[in-house]
Write a new protein. Structure first.
Length: 197
């Protein structure tokens, strides 16, 4: 297997790993308020998340940033909870999410991507061959795998939202509130059970 497919597959499996569902939960919460007509916005957000993820990996691989793994493992579910709560507070109002600031959401998504990337940085440094002279290329190949997996999840989420809202006649607002509450319910025990306490 070429190095490209090796690192691409690591990125793909990192996101789609059933045991590492935190990434999936974040993407669910992020894409939940959107529909197929908003696909460009969702793709931009997923890409910003990948850019943040990749930036933190580059900084970590080149030794610019070192992190306390326990702190990052605590912050990852916090980012998911914040995203889910943002959905709940925005859509609990009568106006729904009509006044969402895409700039605010974009900057927050980029920052949360940095945090999630730091969570994977220690493992990635182990996977990366110590003899590798060129470290940037494997990180970028990994990032492409991340992006491909994120597109799969976002499309699946948009499709699920479409089916639930169009065929099962679930109101968009109710769908967003229920799934966001479910996501929050999953991550709160992760936060409480963190080693940081």
């Amino acid at each position: 297997m070429s190095d490209f497919w090796l690192y691409f597959n690591i990125g793909l499996k990192h996101v789609l790993d059933i045991n590492g569902y935190d990434h999936v939960l974040f993407l669910m919460a992020l894409s939940l308020p959107y529909t197929f007509k908003d696909w460009k916005k969702v793709l931009v957000l997923a890409t910003l998340f990948t850019i943040g993820h990749t930036l933190s990996l580059v900084l970590s691989v080149f030794g610019v940033v070192t992190v306390n793994a326990a702190v990052i493992e605590f912050l990852i579910p916090v980012t998911i909870l914040i995203t889910a709560l943002y959905n709940i507070f925005r859509w609990a109002r009568k106006s729904g999410g009509k006044n969402d600031s895409l700039t605010f959401i974009s900057v927050t998504t980029l920052f949360f991507g940095v945090i999630h990337g730091l969570g994977f940085s220690n493992y990635f440094k182990v996977v990366l061959s110590p003899a590798a002279d060129e470290k940037l290329l494997p990180v970028l190949e990994f990032a492409l795998g991340i992006e491909a997996a994120q597109i799969i999840i976002v499309v699946a989420m948009l499709l699920l939202s479409f089916v639930v809202q169009e065929f099962l006649r679930f109101a968009k607002r109710d769908w967003i509130l229920v799934i966001s509450a479910f996501i929050a319910g999953v991550v709160v025990p992760m936060i409480i059970g963190s080693e940081i306490w």
